[in-house]
Design a protein around this ligand. Structure first.
Ligand code: SOE
Length: 397
């Protein structure tokens, strides 16, 4: 088995940068059993591609993804394009015998997600991965470990929210606001992350969405122009007399859920929570203890242990930077020399390389089958909102 992994990355925008950085840095910080090679970057913006390749150290660049995913030298195809492209590109890569790492949500429709899951199941020699990067915050990985060790006991409540505020009326109509490209709005973008985190940390599957609200507050948005297209929010402010287009995805989705073990949960995603920039947080309450995590303080895990002496019991503020004690911490800096967003992607590349070399990842990696379960919950919530009714997961195949 070669100790190199030639990567073709499809996508040159926000995630293209996050993933390029991760492939660049993983081998600098981790002792990898396989080295990712930045072989080819693929994007549509030819003018920007050459400087992008140069900046991030990609050996080749191309605008033709169909040709690149078939190249014999490529081992891993990384799909970091808008949601509507995931299925076609991932299916082509699997058909060409490649491993595939796909951005979240798995696809823009349940039907496409199912096709991806089935194709991955048939492609026995290919590994699949989905970039649910928040699993790889050391604090989230530690929460997962504490639950597995039984430190929380029986899980009663999950309280998860992902609040952003960039979806204001003046924010241009980038692809994330259009159903044909994104599938859903805040729901697939943000609820996907917290559903994955809840499933990952608790180890329990959701069995029913008991009720949901999906709301679109802003239905017309200015059309993006020029360089504004490059940032997630389309940059810029609303100018006078600009043309507008229809925003047809949810700005927020809230739902209530039951888990198979009997636990109950609340989930909330929005792009209109003024003052909340990237507030991705989760609290889980169990019989013996609770955990609390908020991404804006991502190095911290809060833990309440019911077994503590009553006189001194309280929420412990755990700085998850202790090498040998906290997941991933040994690869980074001395205690409390904290890490950030990009490190979650670097940690993920290290785990993907471990799996491709036949080793265990630090904590489980989601594959297409796993991400399909998250996609089913997303679908159930949208159905519950549409029909104003409870939806059992067994009805969503
Ligand atoms: C934009 O809402 C976004 O970049 C998401 O697409 C990411 O998945 C999330 O991690 C941060 O916010």
């Amino acid at each position: 088995m070669s100790d190199m992994c030639n990567v073709a990355l499809l996508g040159q925008k926000f995630m293209g940068r996050a993933h390029s950085n991760a492939y660049l840095k993983a081998g600098r910080f981790f002792n990898l059993p396989k080295t990712p090679v930045r072989h080819t970057i693929v994007g549509l913006d030819l003018i920007a591609l050459a400087p992008f390749a140069d900046r991030w150290g990609w050996r080749n660049y191309s605008t033709n993804w169909k040709e690149v995913v078939k190249q014999s030298e490529i081992d891993l195809v990384d799909v970091s394009t808008p949601n509507c492209m995931h299925a076609e590109q991932a299916l082509a890569a699997l058909a060409a015998g490649k491993h595939v790492a796909c951005e979240k949500p798995l696809a823009h429709t349940l039907k496409d997600a199912r096709a991806m899951k089935n194709a991955a199941g048939r492609a026995r020699r290919s590994k699949t991965f989905v970039w649910f990067n928040y699993r790889r915050c050391p604090a989230v990985a530690l929460a997962h470990r504490l639950v597995q060790e039984g430190r929380l006991g029986r899980i009663y409540h999950v309280r998860a929210k992902y609040l952003q505020s960039w979806g204001k009326p003046e924010t241009p109509l980038v692809w994330r606001f259009q159903k044909k490209y994104a599938g859903t709005g805040a729901h697939g973008d943000l609820n996907a992350h917290i559903i994955d985190m809840a499933r990952f940390i608790t180890g329990h599957e959701i069995s029913e969405v008991t009720g949901a609200i999906a709301e679109t507050f802003i239905t017309e948005r200015p059309l993006p122009a020029g360089a504004a297209r490059d940032s997630i929010s389309g940059g810029g402010r609303r100018k006078k007399n600009v043309s507008t287009g229809k925003s047809d995805v949810d700005d927020c989705v809230l739902f209530l859920a039951r888990f198979k073990n009997g636990a109950v949960g609340t989930f909330e995603a929005t792009r209109l929570a003024t003052g909340n920039l990237n507030n991705n947080s989760i609290e889980i309450n169990g019989e013996h203890g609770s955990i609390r995590f908020g991404f804006e303080d991502m190095n911290l895990l809060w833990f309440f242990d019911n077994n503590d002496d009553k006189a001194t019991a309280g929420w412990r503020r755990i700085m998850c930077t202790s090498a040998g004690n906290h997941p991933y911490a040994g690869a980074w800096w001395p205690d409390a020399h904290i890490i950030g967003y990009e490190h979650t992607f670097v940690n993920m590349v290290a785990d993907m390389m471990a799996v491709l070399a036949g080793e265990e990842p630090t904590v489980p990696l989601p594959n297409f089958a796993d991400a399909y379960e998250t996609q089913r919950v997303l679908e159930a919530a949208m159905l519950a909102a549409k029909h104003r009714a409870a939806v059992k997961l067994s009805e969503v195949k």
